[in-house]
Write a protein that binds this ligand. Sequence first.
Ligand code: NAD
Length: 509
Amino acid sequence: MATPKQAKAVKTAVKKYKNYIGGEWVAPSSGQWFDNVNPADTSDIVGRFPNSGREDVDRAVAAAKEAATRWRRTPAPKRAEILFTLGEILRKNKEAYTQQMTREMGKVLKEAGGDVQEAIDCTYYTAGEGRRLHGFTTPAEMPNKFAMCVRQPVGICGLITPFNFPMAIPSWKLIPALVCGNTVVLKSGEDVPLSALNLVKACEEAGIPKGVVNLVNGERDAGAALVEHPDVRLISFTGSTATGKKIAEHAARENKIVSLEMGGKNAIIVMDDADIDNAVEGSLWGAFGTSGQRCTASSRLVVHKKVYKKFCEKLVERTKKLRVGSGLDPKTEVGPVINERQMDKVLGYIEIGRKIDKATLACGGNRLTKGDLSRGFFIEPTVFTDVKPKMRIAQEEIFGPVTCVIPFSTLDEAIDIVNGVQYGLSSAIYTQDVNRAFHAMQELYTGICYVNSATIGAEVHLPFGGTKGTGNGHREAGTQVLDIFSEWKALYIDHSGKLQKAQIDEVEI
Ligand code: NAD
């Protein structure tokens, strides 16, 4: 055991990271720092990060304001060129970022690599918009008059991100904001500050001018200060529905633009004609990938009564075999959950499932503490069967390695079950029948729908977002994200040389 002195030496050896404001790496004015802890081994401190306050946010917003005109006036293809360089830097450092992400967030190396890859894909794809950013022309009502529409940046954007996709989600906001000509202040999830810092450092290396990208580390207060800042025109938020609603209330009072990507309670329908083995594999991946901490996690499996028994047996058998451990071990299939609070929340839901909902706990249900696992936040992959659609575990977002199997008799009943929650992010159906697949695609009221695949695995060139409690009508990724980070300007050019009054003057033909 380390003596107190040795322990102190270890503690002081932990690297301190800074905020990035106006092109400089600066300590927080509060003088406060927080530890970034490895969720697989809480004795491993990944780094110490600024616990920023309002003053730091004010400085970051001032820097973004100062840089705004120059960046807005930089031609979009030139902005894109810098972003392509950024893509190269991300690609070059993918392995190092992946390791660091697994250490701070816990997801297994392959998935962390996928997260970094998503940031790379997003950067290349969205940078390409710098040579498009299409507007349109349209006929004018009057002769010798020209009409067209262009996109213009919105101004200073506050980007607030969660813990579960530490580099991908910041990139989904940052890159489109930049290509559209905005300047930004980023506040990433407090459990995963290193991945966002890696992204911002890469922006610096790529040559993005000072003040265009600013990073303020911190917790809820830093996020709230960003939302409340009068110079921040737009808030792009991804996180829980509870936080998103608070942000939306404030944004509404101040008339800010706000885009919200929030919780999910996604479901896979397994029809009686499905390839059961394929459906089981998809369900395992959808439910337990990222330890169930995906907004698109397959937390409900809605299974036809005719194949219910067979499906449940296979699912439970496979779930029991999943290898849980540190994500840094390449053999691990399911890593830890992010922190103690989240672990307690998930274990609390398992108790609700057993004692209040009285569903059948088919496997899992416990914290794992054997050997090295005692140092982290590990939960057994858990399957509840005989779940009824209105039970709490089938309605509320658990955000952990827990899934519920719900039996049904007809496709329309299954569709009602899938749609019968407050969220509307992702859904899926396993079937060999094209008519059933198209009926489900038409009737499932979610932002994303998969056929013969799990509810997870979105690609960056398609729009991403959800209906109902998941979002507020915006879509990230694809070209649709440009509608968040730019506003339309309608331009009328009258070259008739005289006053022409639209809607009033008669046009002679
Ligand atoms: P969270 O809401 O606790 O935190 C998200 C971010 O908001 C963090 O950076 C946090 O510091 C900040 N924050 C907290 N309170 C704030 C406030 N009052 N004002 C401003 N900022 C504040 O979410 P989380 O636990 O980090 O992430 C998990 C949630 O994110 C889940 O609900 C999940 O479904 C959701 N999520 C949604 C999507 C999507 O695209 N729909 C994607 C990923 C995650």
